[in-house]
Design a protein around this ligand. Sequence first.
Ligand code: PRX
Length: 657
Amino acid sequence: MSTDHLNIEVKLHPVPKCLLDSSTNPTPHINSIEQYKKLYEESIKNPTEFWGRLANEHLTWHTPFQTVLSGGFEHGDVTWFREGQLNASYNCLDRHAIKNPDKVAIIYEADEPGNDRKVTYGELLRDVCRFANALKAHGVRKGDTIAIYMPMVPEAVVAFLACARLGAVHSVVFAGFSAESLRDRIQDASSRYVITADEGRRGGKTINTKKIVDDALKECPQVERVFVFRRTGSDVPFCSPRDVWWHEELEKHRPHCPPEIVNSEDPLFLLYTSGSTGKPKGILHTTAGYLLGAAVTLKYVFDYHEGDIYGCMADIGWITGHTYIIYGPLLNGGTSVLFESTPVYPTPSRYWEVVAKHKITQFYTAPTAIRLLRRYGREHVDKHDLSSLRVIGSVGEPINPEAWEWYNEVVGRNICAIVDTYWQTETGSIIVTPLPGATSTKPGSATYPFFGIDLAVLDPNTGEEITSTEAEGVLAVRRPWPSMLRTVYNDHNRFLNTYLNPYKGYYFTGDGVGRDCDGYYWIRGRVDDVINVAGHRLSTAEIESALIIHPAVAEAAAIGVPHELKGQCVHAFTTLKPNCENTLTKDLILQVRTSIGPFAAPEKVYIVSDLPKTRSGKIMRRVLRKIVSNEVDTLGDLSTLANPALIEPLIEQVKNS
Ligand code: PRX
């Protein structure tokens, strides 16, 4: 037993013995805490040697690098492996396909159970080459930014890697985003090409993917070509010559396309994510550093061994899908499961059927799914053979100890390693995590930093580093790591101001953190206006901007509220313009759905006569949060409130709603 920073008893779970038993399991790459500590120390003392060695071991280079790291946080000019040249798709495909063309790269588990399909390295390479040739024939060149808006089908993987083969930059937009969100991202990245599908299928429902694209493109005149993959075969609007069919294009081209050799620091992809203002940021990742982070974290955090079947349940539209469905597994020559459905379709047994059917060895999902399945009950898990599992992971939000214990006991049957992995779109790969064969775990703690990650806990008020072992503050990183973002697309100052300027000399994560007496890290959640709804990252400002667009809305304030299953959900407060009193809250919820996407829809919208504001007109969201959480006794300092008479009626209204 040990204690966390609040002196609450926390159970320490040692590494399960059977994981270290070489008669039943492969010997873990890191099989003791001493080995972790030794390597970690080496990675911090001698980062150049450490990362240089790993880069040569894990990546295949066309031209070797000479300088491991240059630049730093002070000027925001970090580069890794700068003279090096390579190609991402070569590293993911060719080098494995040449040796082992029949090895399965992707297991596609379609929405409809029973419709699974295996794609080998040989097949994937041929398709990527044919599609890359098609892109090339339509004018795609190195450095072009291509929007990908696709369901979870193997062709989406082909699209990623075909872009990478040409040195084009993919900008994937999660297929749950609305037409407006897609339009904003296509415009911001100046994409002239879009890759999409006729329709998507998820949880038995059909998604009008192509129609959403058409709506988005009404205001994107620069888009020259839309490649449409046929997923369902339904009749969809088709606009020649702008639109071309994927299958017709593929038929034209030979399955050989020499990879475009790029520099280590050439961009590999953009991925938009929410920050604390309304406009999403295009997080830019470059080639070599990102690939290295993906390859080594997949190997060590999930203790990947040859022959494993790796199953990450995320969507390719988020960073988790980029790094742990596509790049990480393929860089290691592994077999990756691409899961198109939901944890509860057609029944709450779906995940476990998939694990048993494909003999998944590493399984990775989000706390929101774990909480949901826990509520359905263990009988849905128990009837399936989960004996193939060795490592089960969690990502995206803090996992509460009850959900952790359930995951460990019911899914992991106390014999699997549980890895609660902390990272961000910006970090590119996992930065705080247990290692399966080495780290004793504490439910709710992401435990220790990954190799090369030099963590610091800062006092948010003074910016000073808290050096005592036990600490509470904000989480920062003291030095660059290879897979970190390099900039915000077209807005380098925003990159500096968001991540590097708040605390000079550090990368600021935006998360609160505690460090306990054993040096374990406990992520507390965001300290900015970013909220996390079922693992989806949103900003309150983004939701407010969506509400303001509604013609009846005068002002809006959105807040994150704790939610049993989703972790957090959105509540919004609005005031209406004169003569708009008949507006219905359901119309306002619909406004957010169409503006951002269904996953952003507020759980509740309150139409109020006024919002609590300071005398200078700033909305006091803190007060709204307290009222909704029924903590009205601790509303805090209200002396700056311009309109104190409003508080009592507001409390009543929320209580009665
Ligand atoms: O608040 C942290 C939370 O998710 C944020 C990053 O969100 P996103 O960029 O969408 O990436 C999610 C998948 C990597 C972080 O700032 N977060 C992520 N993982 C954890 C977490 N919070 C607590 N524990 C985690 N394991």
